[in-house]
Design a protein around this ligand. Structure first.
Ligand code: G3I
Length: 367
């Protein structure tokens, strides 16, 4: 008779073609002793700092949530708070309450807080539509200077530009439409980076992008367009220190291992750091069974992190939330069977899942 572990491995193979040997690193991670039963590795000892996105409601109201972040993370980033919609309710108002609270929590717990984000096409308050072409440059500069100078020396790594590439790029120069792209053209990206460098010369300046990792034509075009932009910025000596791979993985899409490794290698050859900034695994198409689903989620993250690590060690890995209880995933990827999504390292009761063991494997292993 098959053991429970063998049954799960057989189901994993049938469901997503992943063949896992019981004694392989992935096999051990998927079925190892629950991480809750072993002492957590102190985050500061991690080779690659692991962190998670913070959500303000539970950060203010739930002791279990705060304890989970403090226990597992060395870094953090606000899921919101620094976005224009949150920060700029009106043209002449900056509201720093949320990021200030995130920073206070991070500092009290020895976490490094990342800044997300200064330039993004999405979640712009309505009033920004009234910014004229003539005003755009000064408004963008004022925003970056005001925000970054407040957190100078406190937030040391910024997603200066988020998601600059079109969702489905028609060419290598196809950028996402935004107020800044419309008013200032592609030059707004260099303008933002130069302003950021001037405002906080010590800060690490990052451009963050999604859908870089999968097999398929759209993803290849996205990689090519991202690469074109990055090479162009470097060629012109625009200050840029690294790129963020968001890593919103779709469990049903295969990772293009060779292309992803080659992309990371290319970034390193340009002397750029590579971060994984928003890791989670979208599980809407996966089978309902919790054990199997959690294994498939973990196996997908393993496939992804292994491809990155084949080319370079990331400078940090952050997941986009710490617990399945608080995740953006059902906003777009609700399951048709009505079951809650399970995209993150801890379950809704803050128990570590196989994904947490995969993260500990990649972030904690001393080499
Ligand atoms: O703050 C209100 C709250 O008062 C209200 O009760 C609640 C009811 O829906 O809405 C709350 O605001 C929502 C906020 O998330 C907090 O949950 C906004 O409506 C919602 O638009 C916002 O969505 C965020 C989204 O970015 C847009 O800012 C997601 O949480 C956040 O996960 C998502 O993050 C993005 C990254 O920034 C960039 N990469 C993709 C990633 C996922 O979409």
């Amino acid at each position: 008779m098959l053991s429970r572990r063998e049954t799960l491995f057989t189901a994993l193979k049938a469901a997503c073609g992943i063949s896992v040997g019981a004694a392989s690193p992935l096999g051990t991670l998927l079925t190892g002793a629950a991480a809750a039963e072993t002492p957590a590795r102190p985050p500061r000892e991690w080779t690659v700092p692991f962190g998670a996105a913070l959500r303000d409601g539970p950060l203010a109201n739930e002791a279990d949530y705060r304890a989970a972040v403090a226990r597992h993370c060395a870094q953090a980033v606000g899921e919101g708070g620094l976005k224009w919609f949150d920060l700029r309710p009106a043209r002449d108002r900056f509201v720093f309450d949320q990021p200030d609270k995130q920073l206070e929590f991070a500092r009290a717990n020895g976490l490094e807080l990342r800044g997300h984000t200064l330039v993004w096409a999405e979640v712009m308050p309505d009033w920004t539509r009234t910014i004229s072409q003539g005003e755009a440059e000064a408004e963008l500069i004022r925003h970056i200077e005001t925000v970054m100078s407040r957190y100078r020396g406190k937030i040391r790594s910024w997603d200066v530009v988020n998601e600059p590439i079109a969702n489905d790029p028609a060419s290598r120069t196809h950028l996402r439409p935004s107020i800044w792209q419309q008013r200032l053209g592609e030059g707004h990206i260099a303008l933002a980076l130069r302003t950021a460098a001037r405002t906080d010369p010590q800060a690490r300046l990052i451009i963050n992008e999604y859908d870089i990792e999968f097999v398929g034509d759209r993803f290849r075009r996205k990689r090519e367009a991202f690469l074109r932009l990055i090479r162009d910025l470097k060629l012109r000596n625009v200050p840029l220190h690294g790129i963020g791979l968001q890593g919103h993985l779709r469990a049903d899409l295969p990772v293009d291992r060779d292309a992803l490794s080659a992309f990371v290698a290319e970034m390193r050859s340009l002397d750029l750091e590579v971060l994984v900034t928003e890791l989670d695994v979208v599980d809407d198409k996966l089978p309902a069974a919790t054990d199997l689903r959690d294994m498939m989620v973990a196996a997908k993250a393993y496939e992804y992190l292994d491809a990155i690590q084949a080319a370079a060690r990331p400078s940090a890995v952050l997941s986009w939330g710490i617990t399945d209880k608080y995740t953006w995933v059902p906003m777009y990827f609700k399951r048709s069977d009505g079951l809650p999504n399970r995209p993150l390292p801890l379950d809704e009761a803050y128990r570590p899942k196989p994904l947490m063991r995969v993260l500990e494997h990649f972030c904690g292993a001393r080499r």
